[in-house]
Design a protein around this ligand. Structure first.
Ligand SMILES: [Zn+2]
Length: 325
């Protein structure tokens, strides 16, 4: 008789700056975590080695061994082939077509499953956060970039080539700033952390005064989303106006999605929302309803995820459970 599958799994959130890993039980409770800097400049092999090391640390944190882990689910910031587990393109890591699944499996001796980071976040939110089990849900994640995961009739929707959910490249202003994808005025070029920081830095260069320069120095070295919240709460009207604008674009995107999908719930997450939920969510909700056709947004919830930073690692654990079923 085959031995029963180990009850625990590892979830990994692989970002451009940090690796976050968690050990989960079969109910998706996180029972231990570890964190490590990504250091992508050292190259793919070194990052894989760091992900493996962080996995061992997280398991050790729980006084367990890798033998008790059924598998590892990892979200990578970019385009992913979920079948062979290769990362096709991840600009923040400077990766092009790398065998993430195969190399991690070699390092850890565990089954590894790879997904796009925002889709993995959405999977975590869909499965572990909403016990009411909505049938139609869209999760939007605002970080360095912007991405989403879409659930239709209770199932993740990935499209013909697996790329559905690239909401960051929904054009919201055809005369807007250039996006990394080559188009102009994409949602991501208007409301991601990178876009917000760009707007602030450009204005400061032109002489705009802000509390941020008092806090961080004239070149705003090491600016983080949390600094924006601090500045706004100390009365910085300039930063408030920049964040209001990002929230307004996010609301327009949500309004478009309500018109397209009429989902039960739109869930917002990612580092920007994690730090600025209180400032942004009321505007996002109001603008979304204004842009939805009259009457169509009734009963639709626009909320921030309660999983916060743990959405990605939770999604990793959910992915393992789904794949090994
Ligand atoms: Zn774009």
């Amino acid at each position: 008789m085959p031995s029963p599958r180990p009850p625990y799994s590892l979830g990994v959130d692989l970002g451009g700056t940090k690796i976050l890993e968690g050990v989960f039980d079969s109910e998706f409770n996180c029972i231990g975590q570890a964190k490590l800097r990504t250091k992508p400049e050292r190259g793919f092999d070194a990052v894989v080695e760091r992900v493996a090391r962080c996995a061992r640390d997280a398991v050790d944190e729980c006084d367990m061994t890798l033998k008790q882990i059924a598998g590892l689910g990892i979200g990578a910031p970019g385009a992913v082939n979920t079948v062979d587990g290769r990362v096709i393109f991840a600009p923040n890591l400077d990766w092009k077509d790398v065998p993430l699944k195969a190399d991690l499996e070699k390092q850890l001796g565990l089954p590894v499953f790879v997904q796009n980071d925002c889709k993995l976040n959405a999977l975590g939110v869909f499965e572990a956060e909403f016990k009411s089990k909505p049938r139609n849900l869209i999760g939007i994640f605002l970080g360095t970039g912007i991405g989403a995961g879409i659930f239709i009739d209770g199932r993740p929707y990935s499209g013909l080539n697996g790329s559905a959910g690239e909401i960051g490249h929904m054009v919201l202003d055809i005369h807007g700033p250039e996006c990394g994808c080559g188009n102009r005025g994409c949602f991501e070029a208007l409301a991601s952390r990178r876009a917000i920081f760009r707007d602030i830095q450009q204005a400061v260069k032109k002489g705009q005064s802000t509390l941020l320069t008092d806090m961080l120095g004239p070149d705003l070295a090491d600016l983080r989303s949390g600094d924006l919240r601090k500045a706004i709460r100390r009365g910085d009207k300039f930063v408030e106006q920049i964040i209001d604008q990002a929230a307004e674009y996010t609301g327009i995107a949500c309004g478009n999605l309500i018109n397209l999908f009429n989902p039960e719930i739109i869930v917002l997450g990612g580092g920007v929302i994690e730090q600025l939920e209180h400032e942004m969510l009321p505007i996002i909700d109001k603008v979304a309803r204004k842009h939805a056709l009259p009457g169509t947004a009734k009963g639709i919830q626009v909320v921030a995820t309660g999983l916060g930073d743990n959405a990605g690692i939770t999604g990793g654990a959910v992915l393992v459970k789904r794949e090994l079923k």
